[in-house]
Write a protein that binds this ligand. Structure first.
Ligand code: HEM
Length: 525
């Protein structure tokens, strides 16, 4: 300060300079992380923001594709704000992180406060708490349980077909109809509710679900910013803070009205008699016999992870509701997105559509009905779905946090560093796929499968933390496809974009197109 005073700088000016220097130092202090570790990285210049501007304004898959050319070894560093992120689209490296060294990469990077309603859901919780919930809930998705859910899914798919009929073969955004189907299916499967959202779009369940997750409804930058603030606050703020922001800044969070609605649904299911519960095939009733009261279990069984109390003896009411609602969030856009891309691809590939149609009619009747066991015969359908998900994975990136210092393929990853697996990049990498931009279901045929680098295909993630509902999701997708393809032919029209013209929304981890994919569903009869 004295030195600066000698140059005629007043004390307040000197203080400001020191504070600004400290701020600059703090805002950039992590930017040499990768240099120190000897990992190639994308240079960064803006204090605090890192590469955030790009992340908010550009399409993530475009950013990843550009970096893939810049870093041919497929492992490099980037910065989300001050936070260093190690990104990779290397299949072997991904295998190490997601599978082989799973115990060092068990968690995702989000942390939530303990009092939020979804704070206890499986996608966000960590360590032993996550293990306990995952192991307890996995049987809910067993083949036996899926078989029980099959008739319910078929009924929801029948309504989807009826909605398609009403489009009168006009260009249609299948995504909107498929979203209704998925919401009906999840409402039935998770909550045991016969919502009929497809015919009643004002149903309270749909309105509350949409508000609960606050999906952005348009592509304006202000909406996007609000969406990110909402997500960040949803995950990080206390309930009181959320109510404050909600009241004064129009940033909506699930207020007590919505929370009460979901609790009410669950409570009414759980208050049914054991006999009634046994007849139901939904997630909540399946969990009913595992439900315990934290105040009544053995004290030794109570553990605390990230400030959350849980018990090894079963599931609390909070655990059940948190996971029923995450099923809603995780299963809504992903399944409808898969269907949207599938019918779009079929409209572009009439030969493949014809082949698939004739194979489906060998197994299913004129209403698209077939037994649960018969689904296994439709191998070509599996390949078409796999190939659709390769080209359009619902989630473009996966993430894991290193829980200790760990070396992966010679790269030292310090404890706490986030690793992102670039799924979309891997799925489109010519090192792993012959002509990756060509839709070719046959690449998944058993005789060709040996040529595939299996860890370069991860539409449902990989390893111990992959999508718990993979089989359910595929079942929902298959049933809707079979029923719809038996009734309709999906055709290209002037409004249907070419494959190379499909663009994705910027700033999103989910792969959503900027313009709707319009496809006419033309009745076969
Ligand atoms: C086509 C549909 C779907 C796709 C493409 C999909 C994809 C994914 C992906 C990529 C992950 C992250 C995996 C990882 O980090 O390795 C995930 C996790 C998860 N998904 Fe799905 N999903 C779909 C449908 C569903 C459905 C229908 C549900 C629930 C009913 C669901 C529930 C979950 C849950 C709870 C997790 C977190 C698992 C954990 O952390 O242990 N997903 N999903």
């Amino acid at each position: 300060m004295e030195l600066l005073a000698g140059y005629g700088v007043p004390p307040w000016g000197a203080l400001t300079l020191v504070l600004l220097s400290l701020l600059y130092w703090y805002g950039t202090s992590t930017f040499n992380t990768f240099k120190k570790l000897g990992i190639p990285y994308r240079p960064v210049y803006i204090p605090f923001l890192g590469h955030y501007y790009d992340l908010l304004t550009k399409t993530w898959t475009d950013i990843d594709a550009k970096l893939a050319k810049q870093f041919p070894n497929k492992v490099y560093g980037t910065f989300q704000g001050r936070q260093p992120i190690l990104q990779t689209s290397d299949a072997e490296f991904s295998k190490e992180v997601l599978i082989k060294k799973f115990s060092s990469f068990m968690n995702r990077q989000v942390k939530v406060d303990e009092d939020s309603m979804i704070g206890n859901n499986m996608a966000l919780i960590r360590d032993d708490h996550w293990k306990h919930i995952r192991v307890t809930l996995s049987p809910t998705f067993s083949s036996g349980k899926l078989k029980q859910m099959y008739p319910v899914i078929c009924q929801c798919a029948d309504k989807f077909v009826r909605r398609l009929e009403l489009t009168d073969a006009k260009p249609t955004v299948i995504n909107h109809l498929a979203a209704g189907y998925t919401m009906d299916a999840i409402a039935r499967i998770a909550f045991g509710l016969d919502t009929n959202i497809q015919e009643d779009p004002d149903h309270l369940f749909l309105v509350y679900s949409k508000t609960f997750f606050g999906f952005p409804l348009n592509n304006r930058i202000t909406t996007k910013i609000k969406f990110y603030i909402r997500i960040a606050c949803l995950l990080l703020c206390s309930r009181k803070m959320k109510e404050f922001l909600n009241r004064f800044f129009d940033v909506y969070f699930p207020g007590s009205e919505i929370t009460d609605y979901f609790y009410g649904l669950m409570t009414s299911v759980l208050s049914e008699t054991t006999e009634e519960l046994q007849k139901r095939k939904d997630f909540i009733s399946m969990c009913s016999d595992k439900m315990v009261d934290l105040d009544k279990v053995d004290k030794d069984s109570i553990k605390v992870t990230d400030g959350k109390r849980w018990t090894t003896q079963g599931l609390t009411k909070g655990d059940i509701i948190a996971n029923a609602t995450i099923f809603l969030a995780a299963g809504y856009e992903s399944v409808s997105g898969a269907l949207n891309y599938f019918f779009y691809i079929m409209s572009l590939k009439p030969d493949i559509q014809d082949k698939l149609y004739s194979l489906i009619t060998e197994v299913a009747d004129e209403n698209g009905e077939c037994s649960y066991e018969d689904l296994k015969k439709l191998e070509y359908l599996d390949w078409c779905i796999d190939e659709t998900m390769r080209m359009f994975p619902a989630v473009s990136r996966l993430d894991r946090v290193a829980s200790s210092d760990v070396v992966v393929k010679g790269v030292t990853i310090p404890k706490g560093m986030v690793v992102e697996i670039l799924v979309h990049s891997m799925h489109h990498d010519p090192d792993y796929w012959v002509e990756p931009e060509t839709f070719n279901p046959d690449r998944f045929a058993p005789e060709n499968k040996t040529e595939i680098q299996q860890y370069a295909f991860a539409p449902f993630g990989l390893g111990g933390r992959k999508c718990i509902a993979t089989s359910l999701a595929l079942l929902e997708v298959k049933v809707a496809i079979i029923k719809a393809m038996v009734a309709f032919r999906f055709e290209k029209c002037n409004d249907t974009p070419e494959l190379e013209d499909v663009k994705f929304q910027p700033g999103m981890i989910l792969l959503k197109t900027t313009a709707p994919l319009n496809i006419p569903a033309v009745p076969r009869k």
